[in-house]
Design a protein around this ligand. Sequence first.
Ligand code: HPA
Length: 276
Amino acid sequence: MDALTYEQYKECAGYVKARIGGATPEIALILGSGLGDFADRIEDPVTIDYRDIPHFLVSTVAFHAGKLIFGKVGGKQVLCMAGRFHHYEGYRFQQLTLPIRLFKLLGVRATILTNAVGAVNESYRVGDIMIIKDHIKLTGESPLAGPNIDEFGPRFFDVQDMYTASLRKIAWNCAEGSGLNFREGVYMYFTGPQFETPAEIRAARILGADAVGMSTVPEALTAAHCSMKLLGLSVISNMAAGVVPDIKLSNDEVVEAAGLIAERFGKYVERVIEAI
Ligand code: HPA
């Protein structure tokens, strides 16, 4: 299966709209590895299983739940995806447009993407939060390749303000008192599922990357295409391959590191939502 047609995206959104009583969520969130606890902060939740939504995908990664949760956070109506889709699961890049286009059709005005990353920048520390300023993607394919759906955006589109400057400013304004250490940097996309080689990480550093990850970029490009405001927040879960000697990279380590700051990070994201 490739990308959906506009009609299919609308069927998908129509189902979700009916399940949330016709409401218009203001902010959407996609939760990254080990950050799923955030869903517990949602008041009066309406939970929708991905498998019940027409044309939706299913999440195959064990620690990604596979639920859409609608409710209130920070006084705002929020739609939250607990469980995201990745290219390494076998999905085509074009299929990864689905969540953002669903949000767009539901009337969401800003999306927050969270993820876990490996630090390339040697001054970063595990547990730091990186506000994504820009990204590098050298893998050939784009989620926007194929027939353009003009209802979402133009064939060729500008990505210079993909990680919306006004939202990054809000993210900085909320940082004080959060008990977290903040950075702002460049995310470099690798498809995974293997972690990178030390040589790839050295190359990433030379190219200007501060951190590496296996998600976010397909969603960010889809958001830019449909003029959706976007904030990307990365939890540094490990130093990337070869940055510090003798460290084994594993998913357990990623989830554990994200878990250690999950409570503070959840509170922080709630403040950001309130401020948007
Ligand atoms: N590389 C790629 N993706 C990641 C990493 C990493 O080191 N850590 C968490 N996600």
